[in-house]
Design a binder for this molecule. Structure first.
Ligand code: KG4
Ligand code: ZN
Length: 348
């Protein structure tokens, strides 16, 4: 075991080049990352237009689109990185969580390339990869940090003590934050994806117009957003003349209030040096602003990865893969895709 670990460390150093693939949902992405930190290329082809007409991601359409887009996206990632395929030391792909058909396209492709090029395959957990987006921005980030991971499928507060060393502090007991944005936007007729639409419209509304509930605000580190969604619907049904911009702004205010309050509480509880945002909802303007402001007040470093790094991309897969290869070595080619994959959390 000890020998294996040493040889893995030799296999991964600052010159190790990984081709990473991400196809867990509706973005087809490929990236070339050197040494787990140096992003040589980061290509994302969004399928949003294909799904928007249906008001949400259609799994079958996503799988077919990944099949068509993946080869050109990988070619572009290699071209932009200005490297030849022979320079690739490992091929990584998201193995879960995500849509099974979508995941399988990326996993099968990555395994085939790894086999053909005779290099290791590395299976990556998509959620764990979101944690690395912050470290890609600042590799010298002082740990431990508390990461607020807010995406379409997850809302989690995680203490990150080091690569591979995480502790779950809190999570949603019902809807994810992004899911709440998407469902409320759909109800308000704002289209898909809902987060960016609400973010835009909220700028024209009054955030204090409606006092929507902040569920579990003073109660631990877990979240609940399904009551808020229902409350928005009830309010609009009872007040059909209400300004949609005011509803969007007040809803966003309630979500951000809860997310920031709990992050702050979590950071204080574990004595975190900093707080990091991750996941698609981390692209939200108000959340970014409040998150940074509050951290400054508390004397903590706030790390806000660029919007491109917060939403789904393959650079974060390449970063996570480098650490995974270093600690665990290659992933077996027998590995499949795991739609409900979880992060491996340590004890308190
Ligand atoms: O991490 P991500 O790209 O995909 C998942 O792994 O889920 O997150 C997508 C989620 C969607 O729910 C989308 O509405 C939300 O992130 N989102 C936003 C914003 N941009 C994307 N939510 C609020 N404000 C935004 N600006
Ligand atoms: Zn994601």
């Amino acid at each position: 075991m000890a020998d294996g670990r040493r040889s893995n460390e030799r296999m991964t150093d600052e010159s190790t080049v990984i081709l990473a693939i991400e196809t867990s949902c509706d973005e087809t992405a490929a990236s070339v990352v050197m040494g787990g930190i140096d992003v040589l290329s980061n290509v994302v082809s969004s399928q949003i237009d294909l799904h928007a007409v249906f008001g949400g991601v259609v799994p079958e359409i996503a799988s077919r689109a990944h099949l068509e887009l993946l080869t050109p996206v990988i070619d572009q990632a290699l071209r932009e990185a200005k490297i030849d395929a022979t320079r690739i030391d490992a091929v990584a792909a998201t193995v879960g969580p995500g849509l099974i058909g979508a995941l399988l396209v990326g996993v099968a492709h990555a395994k085939a390339l790894a086999f053909a090029w005779d290099v290791p395959f590395v299976g990556v957990n998509h959620l764990e990869a979101h944690l690395y987006a912050g470290l890609l921005d600042d590799p010298n980030l002082e740990l431990p940090v508390v990461v607020l991971l807010v995406s379409g499928g997850h809302t989690m507060l995680i203490e990150m003590r080091g690569p591979g060393d995480y502790r779950l502090l809190g999570q949603t007991i019902d809807d994810a934050a992004g899911e709440a944005f998407d469902k409320v936007a759909r109800f308000l007729g704002l289209g898909y994806p809902g987060g960016p639409a609400i973010d835009r419209l909220a700028r024209e509304g009054n955030p204090s117009a409606i006092d929507f509930p902040r569920a579990m605000l003073n109660d631990g580190l877990d979240f609940s957003f399904s009551g808020l969604k229902t409350s928005v619907m009830n309010h609009v049904r009872k007040n059909p003349e209400v300004s949609t911009a005011d509803v969007a702004a007040s809803f966003q205010e309630a979500v951000v209030d809860v997310l920031v309050t709990k992050t702050r509480r979590a950071a204080a509880a574990v004595g975190a040096k900093g707080v990091v945002l991750g996941g698609g909802v981390a692209a939200n303007s108000l959340l970014r602003e409040r998150f940074a402001e509050t951290a400054t007040v508390d004397g903590r470093r706030a790390l806000l990865p660029s919007r491109a790094m917060c939403t789904d991309n393959a650079a974060m897969i390449g970063a996570a893969a480098w650490h995974r290869l270093r600690s665990d070595g290659p992933t077996s080619l027998d590995t499949g895709a795991h739609p409900n994959l979880r992060i491996r959390f340590g004890e308190s």
